[in-house]
Design a protein around this ligand. Structure first.
Ligand code: AMP
Length: 186
């Protein structure tokens, strides 16, 4: 099973992705977490990614695509995973399609967490991540609207997109996600 989670920074994507993975017993693959680990471990990938992340820019597509292609081919991910934060641009979505079709797999569901901008900024300013300064937050929201939001139409046109209202408590949103998951996926 492969589920894709799309949502602007601060939408609660990471938290909701973890809860859903627990519920479905599938692996949670967060590209943001993978980069943060690489930065902490001071790997070559971490060194490449660090400046982009600190400025709220996207890490170049090829770096991300290679990292994800390697990760999703490994067990237990190969049996089912949720991609949190990938794809984030149209070229990444097209690369993912190629990777999956080469494996004979498909995407089971694409979930969008929809939250208004004032709520996003308030939530982000409440977090303690190094890339959560006001300036970086504004850039990440801009990058989301320019580069990531076109993916919504890409998947909507294929009938794969489910939009979920991301307002309310963590539990409210989790229950909404379970209720709205395409049938047969719970
Ligand atoms: P996140 O934890 O999902 O908010 O990601 C944190 C940061 O990691 C983003 O602001 C980007 O700089 C980088 N990043 C994560 N996923 C991707 C991706 N799919 N493409 C490019 N950059 C990414």
């Amino acid at each position: 099973m492969l589920i894709i989670f799309i949502g602007p920074p601060g939408s609660g994507k990471g938290t909701q992705a973890s809860l859903l993975c627990e519920h479905l017993s599938i692996t949670h693959l967060s590209t943001g977490d993978m980069f943060r680990t690489a930065i902490q471990q001071e790997t070559e990938l971490g060194r490449h990614a660090q400046d982009f992340i600190n400025q709220g820019e996207l890490v170049p597509d090829q770096l991300v695509v290679d990292m994800v292609a390697e990760a999703i081919s490994r067990p237990p991910q190969a049996d089912g995973c949720l991609l949190d934060g990938f794809p984030r641009s149209l070229p990444q979505a097209e690369s993912l399609d190629e990777i999956l079709s080469a494996d004979g797999n498909g995407i089971d569901a694409v979930l969008e967490l929809d939250v208004d901008e004032d709520t996003l900024v308030a939530r982000l300013l409440d977090r303690q991540r190094p890339d959560d300064t006001l300036e970086t937050i504004k850039n990440r929201l801009e990058v989301y609207s320019q580069q990531t939001s076109p993916l919504l139409d890409y998947y909507r046109q294929r009938g794969q997109l489910t939009s979920i209202d991301g307002k309310g408590t963590v539990q409210d949103v989790h229950e909404r996600i379970l209720a709205d998951l395409p049938s047969g996926k719970t």
